[in-house]
Design a protein around this ligand. Structure first.
Ligand SMILES: NC(=O)C1=CN([C@@H]2O[C@H](COP(=O)(O)OP(=O)(O)OC[C@H]3O[C@@H](n4cnc5c(N)ncnc54)[C@H](OP(=O)(O)O)[C@@H]3O)[C@@H](O)[C@H]2O)C=CC1
Ligand SMILES: Cc1cn([C@H]2C[C@H](O)[C@@H](COP(=O)(O)OP(=O)(O)O[C@H]3O[C@@H](C)C(=O)[C@@H](O)[C@H]3O)O2)c(=O)[nH]c1=O
Ligand SMILES: [Mg+2]
Length: 301
């Protein structure tokens, strides 16, 4: 019998990292360092830790994800999202490890009319988007076996996200305005983790996989405003006491000034993933309903 794989999961305190600990537990011995043990703001320190742990698989959901704050801290965002990713990719290439990495709709400029495909030209409009794009490119340049899973609007039971923010604001405020001219799809952190585990299992069965970049989002298209309305309606139906009467107001992006520019069209075409691996991705409404159910259940005594 062969020994179990050693799987390093970075960012295990984040939304996706938390779910990965569940999804990958059957696939190997998990090493889940926190940032004091594996600090992506210090790219030069990572190789020594990797040499000590000798992971067969590096799964890297750790990232600098504060999109507006990144505009003021570009060096830190680049260290975490690009330079450290480059260091992990070089180590993976030299040590024949598999690297599973995550990227974002924010690598695109949002100008396309229909959904973005994996090989469409990136044109990031924010520091966060650029840092994630440079991280992707470093992986491709390293020559390591890799999957880059590009997703959007990730929400999990664990961690911070738009869905939870909407529930919190609807509970505490009688007014809420949400942008209605940015389109995309919410994606559960658990879905990303389950797809990751599926790909890892395939690699363990047969190392000759169609590695590369894949889009992974829940299916369909919505706006942040429609998404907010949907979540708040679920909370109202479940009897949550809300300060907000009715639905949030629809506004334009120019009426919600933010430091970083967000893409107008974030829709990601997932047909490459679905066809290559024969996987089914759920409609965003089903995914969000299930996520809300879990959050609602957790509130009940
Ligand atoms: N959230 C989203 O909407 C989307 C996310 N993605 C991508 O998916 C991946 C996972 O995102 P998500 O789970 O939402 O992210 P979170 O923001 O929930 O978690 C980020 C994780 O990274 C860790 N981290 C941050 N800085 C460092 C550091 N210097 N050293 C080590 N660890 C660090 C955090 O640790 P700590 O707890 O110590 O801060 C945390 O565990 C990321 O690559 C992100 O770019 C893609 C599309 C959408
Ligand atoms: C809280 C709030 C947000 N908004 C808008 C701002 C923004 O355009 C949109 C979503 O808000 P967020 O703060 O979640 O946006 P943001 O942090 O940019 O979300 C992004 O995070 C990174 C990590 C990603 O990779 C992306 O896929 C995406 O999920 O809603 C309102 O219109 N009204 C509100 O009250
Ligand atoms: Mg955010």
């Amino acid at each position: 019998m062969s020994r179990p794989a050693t799987i390093l999961i970075t960012g295990s305190s984040g939304q996706v990292g938390f779910e990965l600990q569940r999804a990958l537990v059957l696939h190997g011995r998990l090493i889940c360092p926190d940032r004091s043990q594996f600090d992506l703001s210090q790219p030069a320190t990572l190789t020594a830790a990797l040499d000590a742990w000798q992971p067969d698989i590096i799964v890297n959901p750790a990232a600098y994800t504060a999109v507006d704050r990144a505009e003021d801290e570009p060096a830190l965002a680049h260290a975490i999202n690009a330079e450290s990713v480059a260091a992990m990719a070089r180590w993976a290439a030299a040590n024949k490890a598999l690297l599973v990495h995550y990227s974002t709709d924010y690598v695109f400029d949002g100008s396309k009319d229909d959904a973005w495909r994996e090989d469409d030209a990136a044109n990031p409009q924010s520091v966060y988007g650029l840092s994630k794009w440079l991280g992707e490119q470093a992986i491709r340049d390293s020559g390591c076996r890799h999957f880059i899973l590009r997703s959007s609007w990730v929400a999990g039971v664990y961690g911070q996200n738009f869905l939870k923010t909407m529930l919190r604001l609807a509970a505490s405020r009688d007014r809420l305005a949400v942008v209605a001219d940015q389109f995309g799809a919410p994606t559960p952190a658990s879905l990303l983790a389950d797809v990751s585990a599926n790909l890892v299992a395939r690699c363990q069965a047969d190392a000759g996989q169609p590695y590369g970049t894949y889009h992974v989002v829940a299916q369909g298209r919505t706006s942040w405003h429609e998404y907010a309305c949907f979540v708040i309606a679920l909370a109202r139906d479940a009897g949550w006491p809300l300060a907000l009467a009715g639905a949030p107001r629809a506004i334009a992006s120019r009426d919600y000034p933010q430091k970083a520019v967000r893409p107008a069209n974030s829709q990601l075409d997932c047909s490459k993933l679905m066809h290559t691996f024969d996987l089914n991705l759920p409609p965003w409404q089903d995914a969000v309903r299930q996520l809300f159910q879990t959050i609602d259940d957790a509130r009940k005594p």
